[in-house]
Design a protein around this ligand. Sequence first.
Ligand SMILES: Nc1ncnc2c1ncn2[C@@H]1O[C@H](COP(=O)(O)OP(=O)(O)OP(=O)(O)O)[C@@H](O)[C@H]1O
Ligand SMILES: [Mg+2]
Length: 297
Amino acid sequence: MTSQTAGTAAAAPVIRLEAVRKSFRLPDGQRFDAVRSVSLDIAQSDVFGLIGKSGAGKSTLLRLINLLERPDAGRVFVGGRDLTTLSRRELRETRQDIGMIFQQFNLLQNASVFDNVAFPLRIHGRHSRAEIDARVRECLALVGLVDKIDSYPAQLSGGQKQRVAIARALAPRPKVLLCDEPTSALDAETTRSLLETLRDINRKIGVTIVIVTHELPVVELLCRHVAVLEQGQLVEQFAVGTQDGERASVLGRELDALLRRREREALLDAPPPAAAARAEQGASATRALGAGGLAYV
Ligand SMILES: Nc1ncnc2c1ncn2[C@@H]1O[C@H](COP(=O)(O)OP(=O)(O)OP(=O)(O)O)[C@@H](O)[C@H]1O
Ligand SMILES: [Mg+2]
């Protein structure tokens, strides 16, 4: 048994891709293989990154998970059900288990924040008004935006729009949240805060997150596992932060190098034990001396 499955041996993966393939017909009539026989398991409550160069097939692979793209071959299991065998109605139902957010937020511009988040609950028509009201507030609280409940998308910042999109995706209580470059349109600070929100949500409600990104710091901050795609093929996957041998891909090596650099920076930031003891002596002297002691430090 690998360490990845230790302790959860009985738990089936929430997402299982079995030899999925997807090709597209090009204008010249040729077929282009965007995803070539990819097999992948993603465990429940994991935060899983998909990385690769532009055109590697990341978005296509993500869209195969909720069958926005139907595979030419292979099978797609979510929560143990093979989506490729479902009727349209069954697929609509099962898609309630799979939320998705996008780089460009995709909010309804003419609807308030409340109505945007309520939208997936209303189209399924199974919920009372009171239930919808409570669930919308709950989801907006998860993303820290209850105070914007009556605003419209045009009145929100990019980061706030993405939070609304996350609240909307979570409203039907999905098992899985698919994220396609969710921070690419945001600045560094907003990105960091949005990633913290996603991490909190994963911890609080255990929703499995699959995130496509071309930004290695996003993987570093958020992901527990990562898979590298090259030209439609899965080159390698590993637990982020483990040093378990040579990486097979340039991106895998770059990610490891980034993590090592961060470790070194953290060591440099933290003073060596002797210096820390001296600093503490100094701090106590400062405390004892009051404001006048500042010169000592
Ligand atoms: N509907 C389509 N028709 C034709 N080709 C497509 C279609 N969708 C994707 N492709 C091609 O498949 C390949 C993979 O596309 P995909 O969007 O999955 O890449 P990606 O890794 O997400 O890239 P990026 O980082 O630029 O978003 C690309 O070469 C793209 O041009
Ligand atoms: Mg893409």
